[in-house]
Design a protein. Sequence first.
Length: 294
Amino acid sequence: MKRINPLVYLLFLALLAIGLAGCRENSSVSNPPKEEKPNMTVLNIAHRGARSLAPENTLAAARKGLELKADLWELDVAVTADDELVVLHDDTLERTSNVQQVFPQRKPWEVWTFSLAELRSLDFGTWFLETDPFKQIQAGAVSLEEQAAFAGEPIPTLREALEFTRQNGWKVNIEIKDASNTPGDAFIAEKVVELVQELGMTESVLISSFNHSYLLRVKAVEPAIVTAALVPLGASARPSPTDQRSRRHHGSVPSVRADTAGRTGQALAWPPQGRELGRRLHGSSSGPGRRDRR
């Protein structure tokens, strides 16, 4: 039988002793307390209304979101050629209306080139029936009665959307669309706030935008309104100069991470100062997470 080299044997014993000593030392040290996670409240938000079950950004979609007991709904606001505020997501009209048939010579059909009267002549419901964007008609989730009612659905003004929200004791997230390089850029933020103030809804709204300078302007007119800075998914976490000015002058601005293509829900988070939003929108003092309901 081959003998073990004594030096190897001694080295093995030394390493074993060191290992046992380390175990005793670790066992004598108490585990550090676990970091306490904040109590988060999840908000169900009807994104552009219940847009899988009704034409997006219409009162029909808002009614459906309310029926489904969403905590609040989200809408997008744009400006018309005659300076009216209307509810519309896209910069142009062709996806969600019959503008190509009614105004074939007005391509590219940018919303800010149309008056409110012209927009009222359009049908913002039939496209939903023809495309079934989330295949919910095919799945039988939209009744024949509802489908019949969607044809001819008009574009709502922001006033109509806010009045509907107030009448139903509901809440709303107003996203101000970026109106840069259009006449509406000069006043869209202020005009939204003035309407919210007129209707007595400063406690019932959250105003968000990808254009963070609008949020500074909102706060300048009405500091009590809660705001949220929208950023594309995957965007750098480094704050922009506008974000830095916003924190310096108005405190931390909640950040909403949003998929601009609308493929996923949105997540809303903010530091402790932002818990005010949870209190207003959900009756909770904790900062909520956010999940958009289609």
